[in-house]
Design a protein around this ligand. Structure first.
Ligand SMILES: [Zn+2]
Length: 381
């Protein structure tokens, strides 16, 4: 039986102490939605605040996760900016996005791959049309805020609710295409600066609105350091600013003590980004790191050591283990992670990325149960 609330558990772990047991990072809402309402109802996902709030509450109270994140997919901010600006929604949009595999959108080489879709913004003239989104008015943002508010009423302070805080690279990818983001940073800084300015302002406003609704931490991406390596990354001030804008993350920390969990989303090794993340952490102690599956428990343990005193989350393989493995495979991976990353706190057990809607319920349950069964402090396994 748990001896503390999920909120207390995560807080202690974040402080580098050992709570009653290892916390479990919240399940992903699209999977949880499919469990409650069926895969075929995914088109309504994040269009109905009450249903989405119910998913968040179910993830915590029924599934046993220690937090809930209102994270529908990667496009709400790009859509909201388009709506605010009177532009059609981007071609890579929610209606076309079926998250049946983790990494659907991220498998390619961000810097060099050809564009996907037909980007809404192609020229400076296009970019000059965009204005910041109003989180209470545009796109699906009001639904996400309302869902947070409703879930907070049920979960109170016992379970922490996470917010969605997107960086300019993610939003820019939706507006321009990934490759064009980097081409613009190289050849058309004026165009890119416009995207960046509008994204940062929109994400900041949305972050504040979610905090008001009850969110206590944020989730965002850090795409580049792991892909291009720390040295290359840090040598490009414009990449650093796009991947980690202090006006967004650091401002939320300084003003609201609002910590951000950065997700290094990659199918390849991420450890090459370590020095860059260390640099970010030096400027913003409110960061934690939700790492991809590559390298398994050893890579996560090394990350935890190198990025001290930050907390790390992860990193069960979302496809090989969560989707194709059995509950005992999930248990085995969880036990290894708990052994290698659990001692001393600063660790939450979870998958290495979002997972498929086809991940069996029993596998997610096995992950949560493993934390209960084997993650009790002091770790004895
Ligand atoms: Zn990911």
């Amino acid at each position: 039986m748990d001896k503390m609330t999920a909120g207390e558990r995560i807080m202690m772990a974040a402080m580098g102490q050992e709570p009653d047991r290892v916390p479990v990072f919240g399940v992903f809402n699209d999977w949880a939605w499919a469990q409650l309402y069926g895969k075929e109802s995914l088109m309504d996902y994040s269009l109905d605040a009450e249903k989405l709030a119910k998913v968040m509450v179910w993830s915590c109270k029924e599934m046993g996760c220690d937090s809930a994140v209102v994270l529908p997919d990667v496009h709400p901010m790009a859509e909201a900016i388009c709506e605010a600006s009177g532009l059609p929604v981007p071609s890579v949009r929610w209606k076309d996005f079926i998250p049946t595999d983790a990494h659907t959108l991220y498998e390619g080489d961000l810097v060099n791959d050809p564009a996907y879709g037909n980007p809404i913004i192609q020229t400076l003239k296009d970019a000059e049309k965009i204005v910041p989104a109003d989180p209470y008015k545009h796109g699906r943002l009001p639904v996400l805020i309302k869902a947070t508010e409703l879930a907070k009423k049920e979960l109170k302070d016992e379970w922490p609710i996470g917010a969605m805080v997107e960086n300019p690279i993610s939003v820019g990818g939706g507006l321009m295409g990934w490759t064009q983001v980097f081409m613009a940073m190289e050849k058309d800084m004026e165009l890119w600066k416009k995207i960046e300015e509008v994204t940062i302002e929109s994400s900041y406003r949305f972050g504040i609105a979610q905090i008001k609704a009850g969110a206590v931490f944020g989730v965002s991406h850090t795409e580049l350091p792991g892909r291009v390596g720390s040295k290359e990354f840090l040598a490009h001030p414009e990449w650093v600013q796009a991947d980690y804008p202090p006006e967004l993350y650091k401002r939320l920390w300084d003003e609201k003590q609002f910590g951000i969990s950065l997700h290094a989303c990659t199918v390849g090794p991420f450890v090459d980004g370590m020095d860059a993340w260390k640099t970010m952490l030096e400027h913003n102690p409110g960061l934690s790191f939700f790492m991809a599956e590559s390298g398994g428990a050893d890579a996560l343990a090394r990350t935890k050591e190198e990025l001290a005193p930050a907390m790390v989350m992860g990193n069960i393989h979302p496809v090989d283990i969560m989707l194709h493995g059995s509950p005992s495979d999930v248990e085995e991976a969880s036990v290894e992670l708990i052994q290698k990353c659990g001692p001393g706190g600063r660790f939450q057990l979870g998958p290495g990325c979002t997972y498929s809607l086809d991940v069996p319920y029993e596998n997610v349950k096995a992950m949560v149960d493993s934390a209960q069964k084997f993650g009790t402090y002091p770790i004895k396994i």
